[in-house]
Ligand binder design. Sequence first.
Ligand code: HEC
Length: 163
Amino acid sequence: MTRERFQWILAGLIIGIAFAMVGITTSSSAETPKSGQDLVDYREKRLKAAGGAMQALAQYDGSDATIAATAAKTIDDVAGELLSMFPEGSGPGGAGITKTRAKPEIWSDWAGFEAKAKGFDDAAAVLTAAAAANDLAAIKAAAGDVGKACKACHEAYRGPEDH
Ligand code: HEC
């Protein structure tokens, strides 16, 4: 192969990789809806995943540290994502939104909602540490505190089932 030909192949590869990377970033941002009913459905799906992880922890017997770590990571990821899933205008009456249990108080009392989200995030961090150590008693205690944080927010900011 001539040196020139090699350089052309190399340039082609670099351009190909650059396009592939652009493709990856656009497809992942397309997965997270920004508004409307899709966003509501997305955040409910993410919170359900956190609920599933809570169930896994409730049944956890200490025998497989990866179960605890995976569940803790799911919860911690959702905690980190929580505030961004509730942008202004994504409540009842928002553009394109037909069904949501989010109460308008989330946005009229954003500081209060943020405090609940922080309580959840802090509890998730304690859980992550307990799971990393696979300390069963600490995992159960931390999961209990996470559960209280879920409930505290729901009582204040989530409306009834058929809202
Ligand atoms: C900071 C507030 C907040 C925290 C913390 C929170 N949630 Fe929620 N959750 C909400 C709101 C608000 C909704 C309603 C979203 C909507 O319908 O648009 C919701 C919805 C849900 C749903 C969707 C199903 C339904 O019928 O509403 C599930 C499941 C859920 N949460 C579980 C959890 C679990 C489990 C945790 C803790 C691990 C948790 N949530 C923590 C505020 C919170």
